[in-house]
Every structure is written in C-alpha cells, then in structure tokens.
Write a protein that binds this ligand. Structure first.
Ligand code: LMR
Length: 347
C-alpha cells in the first residue's frame, strides 16, 4: 500500500497560497489589520542632476537611509540621480506639478525661476572660504532666502555645499586673454554669464546633463565646476586643461512643494526636517574631501593637465571680473548684497 506523500510547502509557496486567501478575507471584511500595516509607504521622489559620488549625491543617499530608519519604513525616499528622470530644464516644473517631491538645484538655478537674489552666491570672489558661505547660509540671511521661495509655492528646507569652481578648456586659463572668444558652458545664472563676458568668453547656457557631450562635440569649448562634478561627469576625457581658479562658489538649496509639505503631519514634517538637517551636515562635512579626492583621481588619470595660477595671475583674474558686482547689483537687489556684505563683515 502506498503511503500518502506529506505536502511540505516552503515559505515562499506558503505565502503564495496564503496571500490571495488573506486578500479575499480582507475584502469580505472577515479579517482586519491596523491601517498602518496595510498602508503603502509614503513615497518621496527626490530628483537631482549629479552623480552619486559627489557631495550632493552622497547627502541625498544619507537622507534616504535616515528617513527609512527613522520612519521604520513608513516613508521611502526614491532617488532619481544624474538627470535620469528630470534635469535642469524640467525639474522645477516637475516639482510644481507634483511629479517629484524634492529637489536640490544649485543656487545659480533659482534666478531663472524668479529668485535673482539667489545669484548673489555666484558673484565671483565674494567668498574666500566655505566658512564665509556659512555666515550667510547658517544665518538670518539664509533663512530669509529660503523663506522667499514660498512666493512660488516652494518650501526651502536647507542649504548644501559643493565647493569652489574651477575653469576648464582645451588650454590653460591663467590670464583673461586665454578666455578670449571661448564658448564656455554656464548655468542659467546671469551673474555667471556676466562673469564669462567680463573675461572675454562667450557664455552658453546648457543643462548640466548635456555638458559633457557638448564639450566632446566642441559645441562649447570650456566650462566651470567644482572638481567632484568635473571628475564624475568624465569631463577629464574631453578637456585637456583644468585651471584651479577657485573663483566662485557652487552650492544647493533643498526644496519641496508646499502642497506636499502641508499634506504631511507635523510629526512627519519634523522627522523629514531632522533627517535632512543631519544629511546636509554630513554632506557639508564631506564636500571638501570629495573635491580633494576628485583632484587626486584626476591627476592619476593623467588626461588633463592641472594648472595653478600664480598670485599675480589670480589677482588679474579677480580684478577683471570685479565689474560684475556693480553690473548685476540691481538684478540681485542692492539690499541683499548689502546684507551679504554685513554677514561677511565686509565694508
Ligand atoms: C551645474 O549645472 O553645473 C551644477 O549646478 C550641477 C550640480 O547640481 O552640481
């Protein structure tokens, strides 16, 4: 006589059989679970344009981890990095339309959407160090800038550093004459465009995600960026020379939409703010070392010659772009500039 074969279902099979039955039972109202157990996690889509191995990329990853941990999985940050879903041309609209919940555009990109005061951060040689920048971003002036974003239905949640920008091309850029007639890719800031014109170059506005290819095809011949962006975008493969000018700052504002923010409970707003503040603190701590690491990698790659301007060359570059401060003062707003100087303890 044959023995009945015991039916042993492994865990996955058991779940496969159990789940439809449970779903049926819930549907018939025979079973109930706490609402939280059934609810889908709250998805927070965070888009940005840079690579992961940059100060911004790493800070956003840290934010994602902290939110998952602290909400016990109730909230999930989904990161769209490297302009993969939205880039410079459409990310602000995507935020307004509710297609993403968070962004961290560079401060230079807020002028185009109605906040020319943010372009004060682009003024060449305004800051000597990141500590100088923090006198603004950590103080009342920074708070006012973030608050001003409410005008366009945004909530400004914080600032993040990348670092100081340097100039690249297929030639060294040590003196103003070296810039003559060069088409230089710039962000949408009018201050940056004026800076390039003051140097004798032709500014060409292009999205970040299109820059490397535009350099490769000679649509533009040079650009400016901090080292971490230069390296992670592979610009060292399409630019033979990098000049360490450190002429201006690049940083970010993290923003969300008012409609999304108001839909959250005060507790969830607090959780997100605290997680973001911790992530931004981390990002600011590693910004310098990420840029230094990129310089080491660049030198090792050996494809791009790295130039250091002499003190006299630095001074001439600085004097040449000084006019931009007066030229663009009206656009930025004289009061904002005056307040920035006061925060920097400058006359
Ligand atoms: C750029 O467009 O050059 C930068 O703003 C990219 C970034 O987000 O760092």
């Amino acid at each position: 006589m044959s023995m009945p074969v015991p039916i042993r279902l492994n865990l996955r099979m058991r779940l496969r059989h159990a789940l439809p039955l449970m779903a049926l039972a819930f549907g018939m109202g025979l079973l109930s679970l706490p609402a939280a157990a059934l609810a889908e996690p709250l998805k927070i889509r965070f888009a940005h344009v840079v690579a992961q191995d940059t100060p911004k990329g790493l800070a956003v990853e840290r934010f994602k981890t902290l939110v998952a941990e602290r909400s016990g999985g109730r909230m999930v940050v989904e990161v769209y990095a490297g302009s993969s879903v939205y880039g410079d041309l459409d990310e602000m609209q995507a935020l307004q339309a509710g297609a993403v919940e968070m962004l961290a555009p560079s401060l230079s990109k807020f002028g185009r959407v109605g906040f020319p005061e943010f372009e004060l951060f682009d003024l060449p040689y305004l800051f000597d160090t990141l500590q100088d920048v923090h006198r603004i971003t950590d103080g009342p002036l920074g708070a006012r800038l973030l608050k001003s974003l409410e005008r366009q239905g945004m909530v400004g949640l914080g600032f993040l550093d990348n670092g100081f920008k340097h100039m690249s091309a297929n030639r060294p850029l040590l003196r103003p004459a070296d810039f003559s007639g060069l088409r230089m890719r710039v962000q949408t800031s009018r201050v940056i465009a004026a800076q390039m014109r003051a140097l004798g170059a032709v500014p060409v506005q292009l999205p970040f995600g299109a820059t490397r290819q535009a350099l490769a095809r000679q649509v533009v011949q040079g650009t400016e960026n901090p080292l971490s962006n230069f390296w992670t975008q592979g610009m060292h493969r399409v630019q033979s020379d990098l000049t360490l000018t450190g002429h201006a700052y690049l940083g970010y504002a993290v923003v969300t939409g008012q409609r999304f923010w108001r839909s959250l409970s005060p507790g969830d707003q607090r959780l997100l703010r605290e997680a973001l503040n911790d992530a931004l603190r981390y990002g600011n701590q590693i910004a310098d070392s990420q840029n230094s690491k990129a310089l080491v990698s660049l030198r090792q790659a050996g494809t791009t010659a790295v130039h250091e301007p002499s003190a006299a060359q630095r001074q001439l570059l600085r004097d040449t772009v000084q006019t931009v401060h007066q030229q663009l003062g009206q656009r930025i707003g004289p009061q904002w500039i005056q307040d920035a100087h006061a925060a920097l303890h400058r006359p």
